[in-house]
Design a protein around this ligand. Structure first.
Ligand SMILES: [Zn+2]
Length: 194
């Protein structure tokens, strides 16, 4: 990752915080594990203690909401937030569904965030993701993403940190919290290996 990325992450987190969006949205590191084909959408299904993301076709708009977006230029050169990942709406909480609605209407936040992302040249590195914490992660635990290449499926599981001491974990989603005056980027999802 870009050597300034940590500093930029905090700068972007300050924008999240200033607009009081820290319980609504976090920042993702844009990364890809496999190619998706024309007509496929990445869809997450949240289960009781885990979740899965896989490419699906013929996804009904009523059944899913977007939860991850990347800033890209549209055909006429305008900056647009393109949805990258969707979640099955019947597997998420009311709060998560509301977060998507709040984000969609937060024009001032989205403008400032987009402009800053472009000024920093980080639009291909960081994206936005709504906060959807459907399962509890305790202090000594961590939410880990693993890939099953054959089925092009990503699995998210809560694991004990002590199980993972020999594993390289890459943070891929950060939420923001303020302890005193210091803004902290709390890594909420981690990916194993890239
Ligand atoms: Zn990953």
């Amino acid at each position: 990752m870009n050597k300034n990325a940590d500093r930029y992450l905090i700068e972007l987190g300050e924008i999240v915080y200033r607009h009081d969006m820290q319980n609504v949205v976090g920042i993702t590191m844009a990364h890809r594990h496999f190619k998706i084909k024309e007509g496929e959408q990445l869809v997450e299904e949240i289960k009781q203690y885990s979740s899965e993301i896989k490419p699906l076709t013929n996804v009904s708009d009523d059944g899913v909401i977007p939860f991850t977006w990347k800033l890209s230029r549209g055909k006429n050169g305008d900056l647009l937030w393109f949805p990258l990942e969707f979640v099955q709406v019947d597997t998420v909480s009311e709060d998560s569904i509301n977060n998507e609605l709040i984000l969609r209407d937060s024009y001032d936040f989205l403008n400032e965030f987009s402009n800053t992302l472009v000024e920093l040249g980080m639009e291909d590195v960081f994206g936005l993701c709504i906060v959807h914490r459907e399962f509890n992660v305790l202090q000594n635990e961590i939410l880990v993403e693993t890939l099953e290449e054959k089925s092009r499926t990503l699995f998210f599981n809560v694991k004990s940190k002590s199980e993972l001491t020999d594993t390289t974990l890459i943070p891929t989603f950060w939420c923001f919290d303020k302890k005193g005056n210091m803004l902290e980027a709390e890594a909420w999802k981690h990916c194993i290996g890239h």
